[in-house]
Write a protein that binds this ligand. Structure first.
Ligand SMILES: [Zn+2]
Length: 94
């Protein structure tokens, strides 16, 4: 069974968590073009390797957090708070 480290509770079983999609996706302004809005709604990076994602410890503390997970091996390289910068992803790719 996959183990995920919650930054607030520690390591727990995967079943306690809910996947929340990619992290660091910025919502465009309301004045943006239809193409920009369509890209925001429907197109996401389909990374092979380290990928920044949002996870929720829904059957634990209930907190959302970011994680860098390798989409090939499912290894979690690091977990970090929602407000932290995307540089965490860049550091994990090295
Ligand atoms: Zn937790």
């Amino acid at each position: 069974m996959l183990q995920i480290e919650c930054p607030y509770c520690g390591v727990r079983d995967e079943q306690e968590f809910t996947f929340g999609g990619p992290s660091h996706v910025e919502r465009p302004t309301p004045e943006c073009s239809d193409e920009v809005w369509t890209a925001y709604l429907y197109f996401r990076e389909n990374a092979r390797g380290p990928h920044a994602e949002r996870w929720c410890h829904s059957f634990g503390c209930g907190q959302w957090f970011n994680a860098v997970r390798d989409t090939v091996t499912h290894v979690f390289h690091r977990v970090y708070a929602i407000g932290e910068a995307r540089r965490e992803l860049e550091e994990s790719r090295q």
